[in-house]
Design a protein. Structure first.
Length: 360
């Protein structure tokens, strides 16, 4: 078993280029804030964050309470969206009913117990997934604690009605489970996330591609079947929404908002424990976490890297500022990358200090 990072395979010129790209990413994340405000930003605007999410939380809680009282979901949604000046067009502005039905059926106490149980199961899964990933076994504990930190929003009970909280935790669990002999658990967990939030689809497509690449045909077939099922569910969902929509209902202003690199960093800051730090420090932390994921020399490391990169591209182009909570989709796994940084920089240092005769 090797404990080398992916960077140990690089030549000296490649290592220098990689470090240059890292420095460029950090510079581009920090300097724009200085030139915009005249000084380094010291803290993300908490009031802005609270105001943007508070109304949504109230909307979801009200819908769940009414569904628990045996009112039809789509009728309730149409009424509450109108009352709160939320759009009903296109149909994707209405969340799938899965989470509302589950939380309404369980009740608040059992629902929160389920969320905490999912949190514990996710930590257990990463404890097993990280077995053998580090020469220092203590870093394995660090990795699990970093997952716990990334998913710490579960301890904010009011946020438990957010679809992204559940979907993000389920995605994190699916990433840990995928690749094992019991691949069907990853499909079931990923499917649960997809039925809660359609924003999970890129993750499911990526896992499908991995199964195809590895020629795991049974797993590949299961992922494809899940995608087909999701398509059927979305068609039914669109049909149900169409039945309650009126011509005068509001339409969404759209989600195309090219926030770019800073937009992505903002969404990850606001949905991770890094929101407690000055923005420029948080930005560096996000970049270093992604760098650590890139260095993890395993299929899970590659899966996590591509997952973070894919959603980074999505968040750079889509999502209005008030949609920052989409970052919760990635938040649980993000900080795990820090656990791989010591080995990554050790390997890069060894390459740079290598005698000239061995630079290739």
């Amino acid at each position: 078993m090797t404990f080398e990072s992916r960077f140990a395979l690089l030549g000296r010129a490649q290592a220098v280029l990689l470090l240059f790209v890292l420095l460029l990413a950090i510079t581009s994340a920090v300097l724009p804030q200085f030139f915009t405000t005249g000084e380094f930003s010291t803290r993300t605007n908490t009031a802005e964050k609270t105001q943007a999410a508070g109304d949504d939380l109230l909307l979801y809680r009200t819908i769940i309470a009414r569904v628990a009282a045996d009112e039809p979901y789509y009728q309730v949604v149409s009424q509450e969206h109108r009352a709160g000046n939320y759009p009903l067009k296109p149909f994707v502005t209405v969340r799938l009913p899965t989470l509302a039905y589950v939380l309404a059926w369980l009740g608040p106490i059992a629902s929160y117990a389920l969320l905490l149980s999912l949190f514990v199961i996710t930590l257990w899964a990463y404890w097993h997934r990280l077995n053998g990933a580090f020469f220092d076994s203590g870093r394995r504990i660090t990795g699990v604690l970093l997952i716990a930190a990334g998913a710490s929003i579960v301890f904010h009970t009011k946020q438990a009605v957010l679809h992204e909280v559940w979907a993000g935790l389920l995605i994190a669990l699916a990433v840990a489970l995928r690749g094992s002999s019991r691949w069907y658990w990853a499909v079931l967990v990923g499917g649960a996330a997809l039925m809660i939030r359609e924003l999970v689809l890129p993750c499911i497509l990526l896992m499908t591609a991995f199964a195809l690449f590895e020629r795991r045909w049974r797993e590949f077939s299961a992922w494809v079947a899940l995608i087909v099922l999701f398509g059927v569910v979305m068609i039914a969902h669109a049909s149900q929404v169409a039945m309650v929509v009126r011509p005068d209902d509001l339409s969404s202003q759209g989600w195309m908002n090219v926030g770019g690199w800073q937009g992505y960093l903002r969404s990850m800051r606001l949905t991770s424990p890094l929101r407690a730090y000055p923005d420029w420090i948080a930005n560096i932390g996000i970049i270093m976490a992604c760098f650590g994921w890139v260095s993890w020399r395993s299929m899970t490391g590659l899966l996590g890297t591509l997952l973070l990169a894919g959603y980074a591209i999505i968040f750079m182009v889509l999502g209005r500022p008030e949609n920052f909570y989409w970052g919760l989709i990635n938040a649980p796994i993000l900080l795990l990358g820090w656990a791989f940084l010591p080995q990554a920089f050790k390997d890069l240092g060894s390459i740079l200090l290598r005698p000239k005769a061995n630079w290739t």
